[in-house]
Design a protein around this ligand. Sequence first.
Ligand SMILES: Nc1ncnc2c1ncn2[C@@H]1O[C@H](COP(=O)(O)OP(=O)(O)OP(=O)(O)O)[C@@H](O)[C@H]1O
Ligand SMILES: [Mg+2]
Length: 304
Amino acid sequence: MKRENQKVILVTGKGGVGKSAVAASIALIEAKQGKRVLLAELGERGFFRHVFPGAGDVRPVEVTAGVDAVRWEPEACLREYLLHYLKVEKLVDLFFSNRVMRSFVGAAPGLRELALLGKITSGPRGVGPDLPYDVVVVDAYATGHFRALCMAPVGMAAAIRVGPMADQSRMMTELLKNSKNTKMVIVTLPEELPMNEADELCQFVNQELSISPAIVINRNLPMPLSKQELDSVQQKLVGRDGSMDWLQIFANYMSEQGGRQEAADQRVRGWGVQPIHLPFYFTADWPTLLREMSQDLGHKWQVG
Ligand SMILES: Nc1ncnc2c1ncn2[C@@H]1O[C@H](COP(=O)(O)OP(=O)(O)OP(=O)(O)O)[C@@H](O)[C@H]1O
Ligand SMILES: [Mg+2]
């Protein structure tokens, strides 16, 4: 069934910046607004099973009201894709059990990514098993692998040019470029390396997909004092006996962190995007983190 109004939200960014936390928070926000949501993760080893009991299955499982979680594996998606065309399960089994074909599947550039992207975009394209959701939130790959995921259909369409696979590949790219269906979310931190990767990703999404991503700057420390106030604290501490050194180090750290947060904000604005800021949450507990993050993000989040 073709789900023309289905929204596909792809969350990316450097490794460790909070992609999974942001993806799960977006899923919770959308569900709270009454949408039926699928939270999808990619690859062989799921992460959400650490967060939601019952998650991590290759079939959708409800993990909280209105949100199903699923884990999409490249090979299973490829199998489903082939079955869609060949219609004969035995032939697909034969294909996958053949040694030469197995190594082809493993080595063919972009085939696994193509199968995953095919699945991710299958709802609005109306291909394959029905995905009965209003929103599909994908906890996608980090920077380099994410680019490969998005570019897989471009490579395939250029390599084979004609036939159903070429047509499907072109439709996947069209869908990624269609802001009515697709939204990209780049998560970053107010630090140099994640910001450089976010910059690279933002340019990639602008240039290759012609859409404007949302940028989330995660883990901002609350700044109760301005830079001037922190500087004056430091000045007052200069020349004292060593007993206040720790306070000077702390004031110095806060001042520098404030500078990094300000620089990150300005840098994102320079890309023509209004950044979404999320604070650092002082908790190691996922339910608490997601509750607080989805509350804060909910005020700033608009899928349109
Ligand atoms: N705003 C925040 N405040 C405090 N801790 C956070 C925040 N966002 C994420 N974290 C923590 O940072 C860690 C990394 O977050 P997460 O797993 O979401 O990152 P990721 O980008 O998905 O990582 P990976 O690249 O490994 O998949 C987790 O321990 C998470 O609890
Ligand atoms: Mg993750």
